[in-house]
Design a protein around this ligand. Structure first.
Ligand code: UT7
Length: 315
């Protein structure tokens, strides 16, 4: 996590909002901002820590996947920059499925490993959403933060370990509710004003329809992933959801009749960091000794696209 803490008090000075509204409607109290940092720098920090934690060196990696919807460049890709800085000699690719990025990329990593094309794949989810946030729009700026997390998947002979099942899907009919333009499409292609207008590329969201989408998409993703793993919600030790809004996480607890303590929450301190939120949560859980061998987790992501998905993993 970057060091700078953007509190609700600071946001009160930027837009017409207040701590009470933000906490009640979202659960968020503060977020981190990567001042003067590139997305790849955050991703590199996470990658180095993941390697250290796994007791591996970069030459063990067969593939690096970076998920981000806030990249530094169209070319080079973030994954190649990080591959070079790590000194890894392996395949590298970026993926963007917005807030579902970590779930999608984990499934890709698992598929490469299961079909024998790779033994060790690192997924890095890195976001600097502050660079695409409109700090005059109170409907989005109170939600978003920066951060990066990384996970390393390795081949194992143990069939009851690792990713047991996954489900990925998309409902592009809701694309308009959450979007960011990369390059504006213009009637007059040489309109320099438009290209120079940073607001054109800010993230825009219609919050309420996105909440309505999550109300059916998140349970559907969890149901499908559980069904494919042959498990019920009662057999799950932790649900690790994308950290979008506390109200959405409360809906998951209610729907599956799970105690709230089983749904990991850190959005109060980090806000919504898009694809980085799940690996950030996993890293924090691991640091705090909450994850143990044999536990079964469901990770679920949802967001721009509108994409959604979930996977079941046994540690
Ligand atoms: O990460 C990808 C997925 N993203 C999400 O899942 C985010 C989904 N959306 C949300 O979390 C919520 O929709 C928001 C937190 C963004 C908004 O909450 P809401 O309960 O859906 O509020 P709303 O958009 O229906 O707005 C209710 C009122 C409006 O005022 P009026 O029209 O009733 O007078 C808004 O202008 O709240 C107002 N409002 C605010 N007031 C104070 C919107 N943002 C703020 C704010 N402070 N920051």
């Amino acid at each position: 996590m970057p060091e700078f803490v953007l509190t609700n008090d600071i946001l009160e000075q930027l837009v017409d909002t207040n701590d009470e509204w933000i906490v009640k409607r979202t659960g968020i109290r503060e977020r981190r901002i990567a001042k003067g940092m590139h997305t790849w720098e955050l991703g590199l920090r996470a990658a180095e820590r993941a390697l250290e934690d796994a007791g591996l060196t970069a030459d063990a990696l067969d593939m690096i996947i970076v998920t981000t919807c806030s990249p530094d460049f169209f070319s080079p890709i973030e994954a190649s920059v990080i591959q070079d800085k790590l000194g890894a000699k392996c395949a590298a690719m970026d993926m963007n499925t917005c807030c579902s990025g970590f779930v999608y990329a984990s499934d890709v990593a698992d598929s490469f490993i299961k079909c024998g094309k790779a033994k060790t794949v690192m997924v890095i989810s890195a976001e600097t959403l502050s660079r695409v946030t409109d700090y005059t729009d109170r409907g989005t700026c109170v939600l978003l933060g920066d951060g990066a997390g990384a996970a390393i998947y390795t081949a194992t002979e143990e069939t009851d370990k690792g990713i047991l099942s996954s489900f990925l899907s998309s409902d592009g009919s809701g694309a308009e509710y959450l979007y960011m333009e990369a390059l504006p499409v213009e009637q007059e292609p040489l309109s320099a004003e438009r290209f120079c207008d940073p607001k054109a590329r800010f993230l825009k969201m219609a919050g309420a329809p996105v909440v309505r989408f999550t109300a059916w998409a998140v349970p559907k993703a969890i149901d499908e992933a559980l069904h494919r793993a042959g498990l019920t919600a009662a057999e799950i030790d932790w649900v690790v959801p994308h950290q979008a809004n506390l109200r959405i996480l409360d809906v998951i607890a209610k729907k599956y009749n799970l105690p709230k303590e089983k749904i990991y929450v850190n959005l109060d301190r980090f806000g919504n960091t898009s694809s980085a939120s799940i690996p950030l949560a996993l890293a924090e859980m691991r640091q705090n000794g909450l994850l143990h061998e044999g536990q079964t987790l469901v990770c679920t992501g949802f967001g721009g696209g509108l994409t959604y998905g979930a996977f079941v993993i046994r540690l």
